[in-house]
Structure formats: C-alpha cells, structure tokens
Design a protein around this ligand. Structure first.
Ligand code: CTP
Length: 391
C-alpha cells in the first residue's frame, strides 16, 4: 500500500481523475485529493471524497486543515505526489516555483517524488513556453508523462489528451517501484523508429515510422521492471523513464548497436529498418544535372533475421510486420523466414504509421490472435503482459 497525494487540476480531463482514484484504490493504494479552484469547476470535492474515502483539501486558508494537518505535513505524508490532470498553467507555476494556492504550495513544500500527467489543448502543449516548462520540470526530477494523441474536447486533434487512467496507474507504480514487476531481472532489447540511409550529406532515404509504438513498448516493459535497451532510429521522442537509449541513424548502426546490447532475454524489433541503402553515399552534395542520378542500392543487414540465427538468440524474439495487404499471410511467412517466436502484424494501410492507435494481430506458433484497435500504449501494455507470461 502506498499513499498517493493526488492534485486534480482544472481541465475537462478532471473527470478521468475519478477513474484514476478507483484504479489506485483497487490496486491497494491510499489516495488523498487536493482539488484546485479550476479542478472544482469540473468535479466536486464530494465526488473525490466519496471515491477516495478521505477528506478533500481545497484551500490554503482553511484554518481547520492547517490546525489538523498543515500543508507541509500533507505533502510529506505521501509516498508520491501525482498531478492529474496537470494544466499548462499548473505546469508553468510548478516550473517557476510559484506557491499561490494549496496545490502549488504543496508541490513546493514536498520532499517526495512528483509525477505529472499533462492535459491541455494541442497548441498549448506544443507552445514553446510549455515545452520549456516541461523540460525544466523534468530537469528538476519531476516525472512528466507524455499526453496521448487524438481528438480533443475542444474539437482539435493532436497530442495533449490526458493518458488513460490505466496508463497513469502504470506510470505511478513504475515510479514507486511497486505493482507487478513481472519483468524484474530481465533484459529486454527494443528497436524503434525508422532508419535514415544517406544519399549525400543532406539527403537520405527514410520511411514514415514515428517510433511511437516501439517507445511505448520500451516504456511498458520498463514499467514492469525490465532493464531495457532502446535502440532508436532518428525520432524526436523523449526517452521513456528507466530505459537506456542508444540513438542510431542507419540500419548498419542499428545492427551494430543491437549486437553490442546482447545478451537479452527478449528482443522486440519494432523499428522500420530500411531494406536497402545506397552503395556509397556521395561525399559532397549532389548537384542538379540534366539527368536524374541513378542510386545504386545494396541490401541492409536484416537485424531480426540476424538475431534469429545468432548463437546469442534471445529466448523470446518478436518481430513486427508492417503490411498493407494479406497481413496474416505475410506475417506468418516472416515468422518462419526470420526464425522469430512471434510476429506482431500491423496493418498500415490506414494511418497506423504516425497515428495514435494500432490494430495488430499476434502471430505465434499457436496461431493468430486478433486484437482490437487500441491506443499504441495499450497495445504495448498488452504485449508486455504476454512477454512476461512467456519469460
Ligand atoms: N527488420 C530488421 N532488419 C531489417 C528489416 C526488417 O530487423 N533490415 C525487422 C523489423 O524490425 C520487423 C521485421 O523485421 O520486426 C519485419 O520488417 P518488414 O520491413 O516488415 O519486413 P521485411 O523483411 O523487410 O519484408 P518486406 O519489406 O518484404 O515486407
């Protein structure tokens, strides 16, 4: 049992805090809530009190509270302070060290770890001021989890949605080092993102992989206690907490980084590795000529197949198959050809590449499982559970 001090900020996503309290209590934790003035516009103290079965704190100037439980004590009694939803304004005040209400005073007074789950409009999330504030908070040791992408209450679309309560619970338990640490002591190797194959110093061959599914898998297995090596192609995603990240650019660099990271108990090859590279990249920028240049291509190493044949083959070897047609048929053939245990077949005919959701089918020795369309983080958590079962 851990004691969570949950600060509920002002945003439409505050209703999800109610579900989070339910999940936290179901997992055996005690929750005490602080509701900001903004938060109280969306949920009532009564709702939070009923769900948490604890008094709810709202005002810095509530003398009764100060007499019975000073705010310093309130912040120090917890094992973890969670801010969900964390609005742009709340993040800004946290980053600046402002203490002008109960929530921010507690956050400044606490000596306990802090985890923030942001929720806001996409423009606010992408605004340089918010980017700066989040960087600063992370630098201060605050765990700021990534918001989800998708349609928003304001009618726009993009990153900024509060992650699902189950994902916040997983992040909380990972930060606390509790929960189902089913992969403790295991080394899991994950590749993610595209590769860039240079043509000349300024041009390259690439693909549409965003890296988000691979990063989500790295995070999900790290949340379950695994030691994770994340070999990442060129993507601008933040490193999931608890993962060792090795940045690479080309398939050859990725293959070398993977070989160096062995041995591993499981390898999940999510990267969209370019099958071909230019025979030799031009040393100088190619100049426009009358004729289009002919690019001589040579095959790249197949990293998954290489692991499949390696004397250090991980006990569980998982590949992804991005297909636009005959998904299961191709995935089944890849499983055999690359000596993988499982292939996660991924229909990329829609907007899976770069999108928030993924619809996958898991091809194993036992047959094919059809999973429903799920957010990439949920696909990752489900896969992580299966990996833990297998190991
Ligand atoms: N893969 C790899 N190294 C490569 C190519 C692919 O490790 N050079 C891995 C991917 O990470 C993925 C799986 O192999 O786990 C399937 O990749 P995909 O590109 O879909 O398959 P290919 O073997 O390249 O076949 P095709 O392009 O014909 O579909």
């Amino acid at each position: 049992m851990k004691r969570i001090l949950l600060i509920v900020g002002g945003g439409i996503a505050a209703y999800k805090a109610c579900e989070l309290i339910r999940l936290l209590r179901g997992a055996g934790h005690q929750v005490r809530c602080v509701l900001t003035d903004g938060g109280a516009q969306f949920v009532t103290p009564m709702t939070l009190a009923a769900l948490s079965e604890q008094p709810v704190h709202t005002s810095l100037w509530d003398l009764k509270d100060e007499a019975e439980m000073g705010h310093i004590q309130l912040s120090r009694q917890a094992d973890l302070v969670v801010v969900a939803p964390a609005t742009a304004d709340l993040l800004a005040r946290m980053a600046a060290g402002i203490a002008d209400d109960l929530a921010t005073t507690l956050l400044l007074a606490t000596d306990k770890p802090v985890l923030a789950a942001p929720a806001m409009n996409v423009r606010m999330w992408l605004h340089p001021a918010t980017v700066r504030n989040v960087d600063r908070l992370r630098g201060d040791g605050v765990t700021v989890i990534e918001p989800d992408q998708g349609p928003m209450a304001c009618g726009e679309h993009g990153p900024g949605r509060l992650p699902e309560p189950a994902a916040i619970l997983a992040a909380i338990e990972a930060r606390l080092g509790v929960g189902c640490q089913r992969l403790a002591g295991k080394h899991v190797l994950v590749t993610a993102g595209p590769t860039h194959e240079p043509i000349d110093p300024v041009r390259y061959i690439a693909n549409r992989s965003s890296g988000r599914q691979g990063f989500a898998i790295a995070q999900a297995v790290a949340d379950m206690g695994a030691r994770v090596t994340l070999v990442a192609g060129p993507v601008a995603l933040p490193t999931p907490p608890g993962c060792t990240r090795i940045d690479v650019e080309t398939a050859v660099e990725m293959a070398n980084a993977v070989a160096q990271a062995l041995p591993a108990d499981a390898a999940i090859m999510v990267a969209a590795v370019a099958d071909w590279r230019t025979e030799s990249a031009a040393g100088q920028k190619l100049k426009k000529a009358a004729m289009a240049p002919a690019l001589a291509l040579v095959p790249n190493p197949d990293i998954l197949a290489m692991l499949g044949q390696s004397p250090h083959r991980p006990r569980l070897l998982v590949g992804f198959a991005a297909e636009t047609e005959r998904v299961v048929e191709h995935a089944t053939a890849k499983r055999a050809a690359k000596n993988a245990d499982w292939i996660v077949a991924n229909d990329v005919s829609g907007d899976a590449m770069g999108g928030n959701d993924n619809r996958v089918q898991l091809v194993t020795a036992d047959g094919v499982e059809h999973w429903p369309q799920l957010p990439k983080m949920a696909v990752a958590q489900r896969l992580a559970e299966r990996i833990a079962d297998a190991l």
